[in-house]
Design a protein around this ligand. Structure first.
Ligand SMILES: [Zn+2]
Length: 149
C-alpha cells in the first residue's frame, strides 16, 4: 500500500514537472510564433495575403453588396408603403394601380368586356371605389341574353 502510494506520488511529481517544462516550452514557442507572425504581417499585406490582424473574408458576397434589408425586387418597391386596395371594404394591400391582385384582375376583366365603371380609375385612392357586384349564375346568363338581343 505505502509502496504503491509512494510510487504514485513519484509519478505524479514526474508528470507535473514534465508538464511544467512542456508548458514553458509551449509558451515560449507560442510567443516566438506570434513574434514571427507579427514580423511577417507587413510582408503578408504587401503580398496581398490577408494578415492575421485583418478581417478575413469568407466565400460569398462582400458585405453591403447584397440586397438591402428593407428593399424588395420588382414592382412592389414602387408602391406607397401600407397602401390599401382602392375597393371599399377590401382588406388586401394594393398591388397594381391602387388595386389588390384580385380587384385588379376584376378591373381588367371589366375593361376588357366594356363594363368598367367610371369610378374604377387607375391609381384610385385607397378605399374610395365601390365594389361592383356582378350577377352570377342564371342572372348573368339572363343579362347576357338581354344585352345580346
Ligand atoms: Zn381589393
Amino acid at each position: 500500500m505505502s509502496v504503491d502510494k509512494a510510487f504514485r506520488e513519484m509519478i505524479s511529481a514526474e508528470v507535473q514537472q514534465q508538464l511544467k517544462s512542456f508548458q514553458t516550452t509551449l509558451v515560449r514557442d507560442l510567443s516566438a510564433l506570434r513574434a514571427l507572425v507579427e514580423g511577417l504581417g507587413p510582408i503578408a499585406s504587401l503580398l496581398g495575403v490577408s494578415s492575421p490582424s485583418g478581417r478575413r473574408r469568407g466565400p460569398g458576397r462582400p458585405p453591403g453588396a447584397g440586397r438591402k434589408a428593407g428593399g424588395r425586387r420588382g414592382r412592389r418597391t414602387r408602391l406607397p408603403a401600407g397602401g390599401a386596395c382602392a375597393i371599399i371594404g377590401c382588406k388586401r394591400a394594393s398591388r397594381t394601380k391602387g388595386y389588390c391582385s384580385a380587384h385588379y384582375q376584376k378591373l381588367r376583366m371589366l375593361s376588357r368586356s366594356d363594363r368598367r365603371p367610371a369610378d374604377w380609375k387607375d391609381y384610385a385612392a385607397p378605399q374610395s371605389v365601390t365594389d361592383l357586384v356582378l350577377p352570377r349564375g342564371r342572372a348573368a346568363h339572363k343579362k347576357k341574353d338581354s344585352s345580346g338581343s
